[in-house]
Write a protein that binds this ligand. Structure first.
Ligand SMILES: [Zn+2]
Length: 423
């Protein structure tokens, strides 16, 4: 990656600025475009720089196209973001996943495009030992050597902190479930990294849409069982499913792990923020629940999340702004708890069945247990049933498929109530 100007240091960053902004704001990036061309963008604010992610560390910055005079390209005038990451050379680009989604998102599936990032361009730059890449080396440190620098140019999206009301937050989270399910079912892609930073907002024609962003840890479902053990644990620590913190966990990563991650995203947001923009200042002496999850190691998180998902009397305590989330969180936890309980019973049964038998005894039969949905307790259906209502109002369900499922479930309820009354 060429850097036609030396780094500029546009004075000290104000408090809202990401510290990296001061270092790279105002610099230019030139990168290959197609086989012969290059394109140059000017860097604006740094929007995101991850700090607690395993195996990579993307950085996202605002960029603008620098076409001059009469030369105009299809990026001119667009609000763009450049994401730089440092994946291993063999990892599929998120553009490949999104291209597959676009291919499937036609007709009655077109709604999902509102919930997926719009990626305009993706490029990889391989390193050679001689190339002067000091700036990138500084950003990526040790990860730099064995990997490529991957850049994608995408439409700029807005963070959760731009939401104004509790209901907007609820709709965005429900959108994420619908989008995640669609990607799993149709293009058969598992996202695998649900975190607060990967849930973004798109504003279009006065409507806000939840966007499931950042698909660079995603995988094809067809390879779900093939990944080597070292790659099982993906995700962002405070939001990883509880069992993924265990050294005994053998994978595979299932969709219900992502749904559990979404539970933690909601839990942390509504517990630690007094509004989407405002983090609660807890007394520095206290050890407020969840507040330290960003710094804690796997052992601690396994214990703390395990306590939540197993507790029979668990009650969420959201900040007043987010009080509507009490019902969601309680219902999600109840389903998760029942599912985990049944999963553990199932594991005991499998273990018992593997013990040596006394002569003449037949081996016990272990009934099938659906580990994808925790025996049906933590399925997409259960989560959609919980999340399509918020504060006694129906949220928007985008796909025909779920609209039909919900109508049927509702009319069955209504019929059973009506028949009870007639007795
Ligand atoms: Zn341009």
């Amino acid at each position: 990656m060429k850097d036609p100007t030396p780094l500029q240091y546009p004075g000290s960053a104000n408090n809202n600025e990401h510290p990296w902004s001061a270092i790279i704001q105002g610099s230019f990036y030139t990168f290959p475009y197609g086989k012969k061309e290059t394109r140059t963008v000017k860097v604006g604010r740094v929007l995101f720089r991850s700090n607690s992610v395993i195996g990579r560390g993307p950085m996202v910055m605002q960029v603008t196209c620098v076409c001059k005079g009469s030369s105009r390209c299809d990026w001119c005038g667009k609000k763009l973001a450049l994401k730089l990451s440092c994946p291993s050379k063999t990892r599929a680009s998120e553009k490949a996943f999104m291209d597959k989604c676009k291919e499937k998102a036609t007709g009655e599936h077109a709604w999902v495009l509102n919930h997926l990032p719009e990626i305009y361009y993706s490029f990889d730059i391989e390193f050679s030992a001689e190339s002067p890449q000091a700036q990138l080396k500084e950003i990526f440190r040790d990860e730099y050597e064995m990997r490529v620098v991957r850049g994608i140019i995408l439409e700029e999206l807005h963070p959760l902190s731009t939401l104004k009301t509790e209901r907007e937050c609820a709709q965005v989270f429900y959108d994420i479930v619908q989008c995640h399910h669609w990607a799993w079912k149709y293009p058969q892609i598992l996202h695998r990294d649900i975190s607060e930073g990967n849930i973004m907002v798109r504003e279009k024609n006065g409507q806000k849409y939840g966007v499931l962003n950042d698909w660079d840890l995603a995988s094809w479902l067809s390879t779900q069982n093939e990944v080597s053990t070292s790659k099982f644990r993906t995700g962002t620590k405070p939001y990883m499913a509880h069992e993924q913190h265990s050294s005994k966990w053998q994978g595979p990563h299932r969709f219900r792990h992502d749904l559990e991650s979404l539970f933690y995203v909601i839990l942390l947001l509504v517990s630690l923020y007094s509004s989407p923009t405002e983090k609660v200042r807890f007394p520095s002496t206290g050890d407020h629940r969840y507040e330290k999850w960003h710094q804690q190691d796997d052992g601690v998180l396994l214990g703390q999340k395990g306590n939540i998902v197993r507790a029979g009397d668990w009650q969420p305590v959201p900040q007043p702004f987010f009080s509507g989330f009490t019902l969601w969180l309680a219902a999600l936890q109840k389903n998760l708890r029942r599912g985990i309980f049944n999963l553990e019973n199932h594991k005991h049964a499998v273990l018992a069945a593997s013990q040596p038998l006394k002569p003449g005894r037949r081996p016990p039969q272990v009934p099938f247990f659906d580990e994808d949905t925790l025996g049906g307790y933590f399925s997409y259906e259960k989560v959609v049933m919980i999340m399509h209502w918020f504060n006694q109002e129906e949220l928007k369900t985008w796909g025909q498929e779920w609209q039909v499922t919900l109508e049927e479930a509702f009319s069955e309820d209504w019929e059973s109530e009506a028949s009870e009354e007639s007795y």
